[in-house]
Design a protein around this ligand. Structure first.
Ligand code: NAD
Length: 264
């Protein structure tokens, strides 16, 4: 352990399996000495989350469907009872009907627009407000976003629109909670093969494209994201709030790769 998070307690939301970005972040925080609690959605996921939580010495694993206010309230009531205070929280949750993560954005239905915005955007605000109420000594709040919020990416569609709103939420929440010493940031991760990503059309092609065209000429891993999350969640990020930090092997800075690049 590097001790960066010794004495800190944090809630990790969105762990589905050992491919999840939440797992990379949880491991980095636990390695740094943090005490963790996990929330999961649904019984099928519970079976996978329990042994992972145990691996990191965590005894608090609670259900939470972020689409349901009562479920979110119950999660924070349980945490409040057990821990009282909270130092950090990670929101690694997103959802859209995968039939609309292909084809045209223009064809998005009203129902799936609402659902995507509710689970992928509003849930962050709902969770941040309850978490902040448990952070009397300040804290750090983190969510996950993607470059499709800023630029058009194939098949990302309504999720890109939702991530743009999520990034705006990060800025508004940073202002709301800043005076309490609570920081709010997002990591914009490059493409990583996870359960959620497998719903996106041509995802393998997107991975390959990023590998060939990013400055580092590789894709990022959940450990890359974990290490950057550790910076934002720990005291190392003490002066940073309202930020969307790219952990994408530099992909977002490239307009066009040189034709004489040595590797092509
Ligand atoms: P994942 O499938 O491992 O995680 C998504 C999580 O969202 C799952 O644990 C799922 O149970 C949870 N979830 C969905 N609906 C929920 C609900 N109603 N209530 C509670 N939880 C719910 O995939 P991931 O790629 O690790 O996704 C984590 C975050 O990272 C998402 O916000 C995603 O958009 C973002 N992200 C992913 C990538 C990528 O390429 N994988 C890139 C950038 C950002």
């Amino acid at each position: 352990s590097n001790g960066l998070m010794t004495g800190k307690r944090g809630l990790i939301m969105g762990l589905a399996n050992d491919k999840s970005i939440a797992w990379g972040i949880a491991r980095a925080c636990a390695d740094a000495g943090a005490e963790l609690a996990f929330s999961y959605q649904g019984d099928a996921v519970r079976k996978r989350v329990i042994p992972l939580a145990e691996q990191l010495g965590s005894r608090i694993v609670l259900p939470c469907d972020v689409a349901d206010d009562a479920s979110v309230d119950a999660l924070f009531a349980a945490l409040e009872k057990d821990w009282g205070k909270l130092d950090f929280i990670v929101h690694a949750i997103g959802f859209s009907d995968k039939s609309e993560l292909r084809g045209r954005y223009a064809d998005t239905s009203r129902d799936n627009f609402r659902l995507t915005m509710d689970i992928s955007v509003y849930s962050f605000t709902a969770v941040a407000r309850r978490a902040a109420a448990m952070m009397p000594d300040g804290g750090s709040i983190l969510t996950l976003t993607y470059y499709g919020a800023e630029q058009v990416m194939p098949h990302y569609n309504v999720m890109g629109v939702a991530k743009a709103a999520l990034e705006a939420s990060v800025r508004y929440l940073a202002e709301d909670f800043g005076r309490e010493g609570i920081r709010v940031n997002a990591i914009s991760a490059g493409p990583i093969k996870t359960l959620a990503a497998s719903g996106i059309g041509d995802f393998r092609y997107i991975l390959r494209w990023n590998e060939l065209n990013s400055p580092l000429r590789r894709n990022v891993t959940i450990d890359d994201v974990g290490k950057s999350a550790l910076y934002l969640l720990s005291d190392l990020g003490s002066g940073v709030t309202g930020e969307t930090h790219h952990v994408d092997a530099g992909y977002h800075v490239v307009g066009m790769k040189a034709v004489d690049a040595p590797d092509i």
